[in-house]
Every structure is written in structure tokens, then in C-alpha cells.
Design a protein. Structure first.
Length: 76
């Protein structure tokens, strides 16, 4: 799941080498903290939050296969 999120976000950012995702696994929840270059934060979030919301929806669908809830957070 972490690889899917990272590979997808690499298409949006200008500095893919500075993209990092930290995964914190809980019993029923996975929290992924997305860190990127300061210039890329707006691209990760998208206009009106559409990019990150779409990615959250896809991650929730992937997590549902394992009966886990996935939370994506953009850390600045």
C-alpha cells in the first residue's frame, strides 16, 4: 500500500527524490505521513484538495481488502 501511494505521488511532484512516506501501523488503522519538498505540497494536495482526497479514496479501497482503515496525512 505504501508503495502504491509513493508511486502514484511521484507522477505529481517536481522533486520525487524528496518524497518520503512514513507508515505507522496500528491494529486496525494505518497512518501514512507524506512529506515532500515545500514546492510540491500544493501539487500533492491539489486544487480544493482533489488530488489527496482521490488518493485517500484509493488507499481506503486497498485497505478494505485487509480490513484496515488507511489515513493519509500531508506533513509540512
Amino acid at each position: 500500500m505504501k508503495a502504491f501511494v509513493a508511486d502514484t505521488l511521484r507522477w505529481f511532484v517536481d522533486h520525487p527524490s524528496e518524497l518520503s512516506i512514513a507508515s505507522i501501523d496500528g491494529e486496525k488503522t494505518v497512518v501514512m505521513e507524506i512529506r515532500c519538498h515545500a514546492d510540491d505540497v500544493g501539487k500533492v494536495i491539489g486544487k480544493n484538495g482533489k488530488v489527496i482526497q482521490s488518493l485517500r479514496t484509493l488507499a481506503l479501497a486497498l485497505g478494505a481488502k485487509d480490513n484496515r482503515r488507511v489515513v493519509l496525512e500531508v506533513v509540512e
